[in-house]
Design a protein around this ligand. Structure first.
Ligand SMILES: [Zn+2]
Length: 158
């Protein structure tokens, strides 16, 4: 099932069912499971302001993972770049995702710093990046624009 979030009065973030399924593969159900994460890849639609997440990268062997932390390796950038080249430059980098071992996830101080740095340092189109956290019972999404604060997006009943 796809997930739809309200970004502004004219803009929605749509995570396709395919991408949601990829995210749900990494839900931390058991206490042995480590945090997972990657980048979001998708499109800025031409006929509306909507943004679509088509796929996500999966954890890489070079990532450093524990039950309560996740450090993304450079490998995700390489995959994003490769996919971008393969898709004739249509697949955009839209943000970062990771999992939390809690039912309803909330960002840590480190997460917020990570997101601030991504918006400040990463190359991306558009005005903002998106930061889903995959909890055990729900996926919550935060966003940060180039000049704005971090805020959570409201889920739309689609
Ligand atoms: Zn986190």
């Amino acid at each position: 099932m796809k997930l739809v979030f309200k970004v502004t009065s004219t803009q929605r973030l749509i995570i396709t069912s395919q991408a949601v399924e990829q995210l749900l593969l990494h839900v931390q159900k058991g206490c042995w499971q480590r945090e997972a994460g990657g980048v979001l890849l998708g499109r800025h639609l031409l006929d509306s302001d909507d943004i679509v997440v088509d796929e996500v990268t999966s954890p890489q062997p070079s990532d450093r993972r524990s039950r309560f932390s996740f450090f993304r390796s450079k490998k995700h950038e390489h995959i994003a770049r490769e996919r971008w080249l393969e898709e004739a430059s249509t697949l955009a980098y839209l943000g970062l995702w990771h999992t939390h071992p809690e039912d309803s996830p909330t960002p840590s101080h480190v997460d917020r710093q990570d997101w601030q740095q991504a918006v400040a340092n990463d190359t991306f189109d558009g005005s903002r990046l998106f930061f889903p956290i995959v909890g055990r019972k729900e996926i919550r999404v935060w966003t940060k624009s180039r000049f704005g604060d971090i805020r959570e997006l409201k889920r739309e009943t689609s």
